[in-house]
Design a protein around this ligand. Sequence first.
Ligand SMILES: Cc1cc2nc3c(=O)[nH]c(=O)nc-3n(C[C@H](O)[C@H](O)[C@H](O)COP(=O)(O)OP(=O)(O)OC[C@H]3O[C@@H](n4cnc5c(N)ncnc54)[C@H](O)[C@@H]3O)c2cc1C
Length: 305
Amino acid sequence: MNIDLIYRVLLEEMGSHQLIKEAPMRNYTSFKAGGKAALLVIPHNIVQLQYTMKVIAKEKVPYFIMGNGTNLLVRDGGYPGVIVKIGSTLSHIRVTGNMIEAEAGALLKDVADKALEMGQTGFEFASGIPGSIGGAAFMNAGAYDGEMKKVVEKVQVLSQDGSRVYSLTAEEMEYGYRKSILMERNEIVLSVTLRLAAGDRDQIALKMEDLNARRREKQPLNYPSAGSFFKRPPGNYAGTLIQTSGLKGTSVGGAMVSELHAGFIVNTGGATASDITALMKLVQDRVFEDSGIRLEPEIRIIGEE
Ligand SMILES: Cc1cc2nc3c(=O)[nH]c(=O)nc-3n(C[C@H](O)[C@H](O)[C@H](O)COP(=O)(O)OP(=O)(O)OC[C@H]3O[C@@H](n4cnc5c(N)ncnc54)[C@H](O)[C@@H]3O)c2cc1C
């Protein structure tokens, strides 16, 4: 695979600071762990993003789209293709009445703050989720009483080869629990339009504060992590099953099942991706032995061992 060739071709359209060879992904993910990306590309606008996708398609290299890296682990052997990061350079937020259109790289917190500023309710649930709105629309992120499915009006999508921009309605996104149609298509979220409702600013602020206080109390936010590690199994909670199996505080190397919230695997310092995946397997096996339930990771794990 010709990463050097791709680097040279992309360099014609963007600055060298936007193209990072052998990028240490621990610096770009909330787990603060993991291997390198052969090439990390950070487009500064949609034209550069389209160009990047065209080059990737032409050269037929594997690629992965990331947002804020808060639900992502790159294995220690690294990702052998191109990781394209859609971040703060693609994060414009525009409000029209009760609709908010945000570019994919906008942080959920910033979108929620904008909704508060405009007196729009319905997005309070997302204010404490540390991801981008593109990642959230892709994953159908949710918390407490809310999920993206309930507020998305439409999602603007770029095809894999960068040639086509089109929109999907919330229904066409085929949302399920932490699931959307884009997971099968491997396409790219460019922007997300939310439909909110007029509300009272004080009430919105109170709700955001309340939800964030609950997070601070219940979640190990002082350690690097990727949030809840496992999906919620039907009719149960991953954290409860893990706690019942007596696994709180269990560790492998620098990875530990949080003492505060058993659904979180945290990096207590210097965890490798293989510490984290070894602990994941240990938890999966023990919970399966005890309950017959197989926990599946919610986070995305990519790259080579
Ligand atoms: C402390 C903590 C608390 C959390 N709490 C919650 C919570 O309450 N609820 C919840 O749902 N999640 C939670 N998360 C997980 C995470 O924040 C969400 O899943 C978030 O939506 C991921 O967004 P991201 O931009 O970081 O995506 P990334 O981690 O960068 O990527 C996640 C997935 O989204 C895809 N993706 C990202 N951007 C795009 C794009 N523009 N186009 C196409 N695909 C894209 C990636 O390919 C990948 O498959 C938490 C994480 C942490 C660290």
